[in-house]
Design a binder for this molecule. Structure first.
Ligand SMILES: Nc1ncnc2c1ncn2[C@@H]1O[C@H](COP(=O)(O)OP(=O)(O)OP(=O)(O)O)[C@@H](O)[C@H]1O
Length: 305
């Protein structure tokens, strides 16, 4: 099943990834947050794949699995054919360099006691991006300018002195410096207003074109998916129920949950009130049996931590 990538291309493959958590009160004591997730992210050609679903559907769990922060309870995630949880030191360094996250709230990533420069300087040092401090500073400035930030305006400032959009763009400047093959963006624009959101998405699309970065973009917002284009995967209760081109999935959804999700998008017309809320009971009734919910599995107990 594992493809051998061409030397310049990199591939992340998820095969039947499952993530269970202990859940008090749930039947059997387990909650299946992700079930049977199987998909690839390839660096050649670079792609943007959105993962869309409502709150609690398992999106962030998949991101954490891919970033190596949460080992799945079953299934495999491989990078260039090697299990990411059993990489050699050199392969692990390569993975950490080439798979970079952008999270929803960059404020949580910045240490409030340090100037924002530190996030960038640390990346320069950790990944040995420059030979001298002066070269490092030049690189930082160049990357800030690439994400349309004025170095004079942001360097030397503390996180609370910047707007949310500026903080997110500093994280993009970090990505610009590292030029990873993959970006795992978990709701990176959900706290930004429409204009700043568009600027952020445009930068990501530029990165795809200019630096050939592949992005897994996690969101609950269909308008963002529509703007990004590319492919989309729809996740519902831990199961990827549909995948395809954004243009296809959004006009001809195959799964009833996708149709419900599309019907729930607010219509910008005061005369047509938004009343089509997602009716979960209806969706559940239409689902095939066996969708990911809560299931007991005592054998998994020893593998959960
Ligand atoms: N460490 C954990 N322990 C127990 N349950 C967890 C843990 N992490 C996530 N869950 C549960 O797994 C399910 C999926 O959570 P996840 O954060 O992946 O959803 P999400 O789609 O990213 O939601 P949101 O859009 O609100 O961030 C939820 O029911 C959540 O409560």
């Amino acid at each position: 099943m594992t493809n051998t990538p061409a030397p310049e291309s990199k591939i992340i493959e998820l095969r039947q990834v499952q993530q269970r958590f202990h859940a008090r009160g749930a039947a059997g004591g387990y909650l299946t947050a992700v079930d049977d997730a199987t998909f690839d992210l390839t660096s050649e050609p670079p792609q943007v794949i959105s993962l869309v679903g409502q709150s609690g559907s398992g999106k962030s769990t998949i991101a954490r699995n891919i970033l190596g922060l949460q080992k799945p309870t079953a299934g495999t995630i491989t990078y260039n054919g090697q299990d990411i949880y059993r990489l050699s030191r050199a392969a692990s360094d390569d993975y950490r360099r080439n798979v970079q996250p952008v999270f929803q709230d960059p404020y949580a990533i910045f240490n409030p006691f340090y100037r924002v420069d530190r996030v960038l300087q640390t990346a320069v040092k950790k990944f040995r991006l420059a030979k001298t401090p002066q070269d490092g500073l030049e690189l930082i400035k160049e990357s800030l300018e690439a994400v349309r930030l004025d170095p004079e305006q942001v360097l030397g400032r503390y996180p609370h002195q910047l707007s949310g959009g500026q903080r997110q763009r500093i994280m993009l400047a970090r990505i610009h410096m590292l030029r990873p093959a993959f970006v795992i963006a978990d709701e990176p624009v959900s706290m930004l207003d429409a204009q700043v959101r568009k600027a952020f998405l445009d930068i990501l699309l530029d990165f795809q074109e200019t630096y050939r970065m592949t992005t897994l973009f996690i969101t609950h917002d269909l308008s963002t998916v529509h703007y990004l284009g590319g492919d989309v995967m729809v996740i519902h209760r831990g199961v990827i129920v549909e995948r395809g081109k954004v243009s296809e999935v959004m006009t001809r959804p195959k799964h009833s949950y996708t149709a419900q999700l599309l019907a729930s998008v607010p219509i910008p017309d005061p005369n047509r009130r938004w009343k089509d809320r997602i009716n979960l009971a209806e969706v559940e009734a239409e689902e095939e049996e066996g969708a990911a919910t809560v299931a007991p599995d005592p054998e998994q107990a020893g593998r959960l931590s």
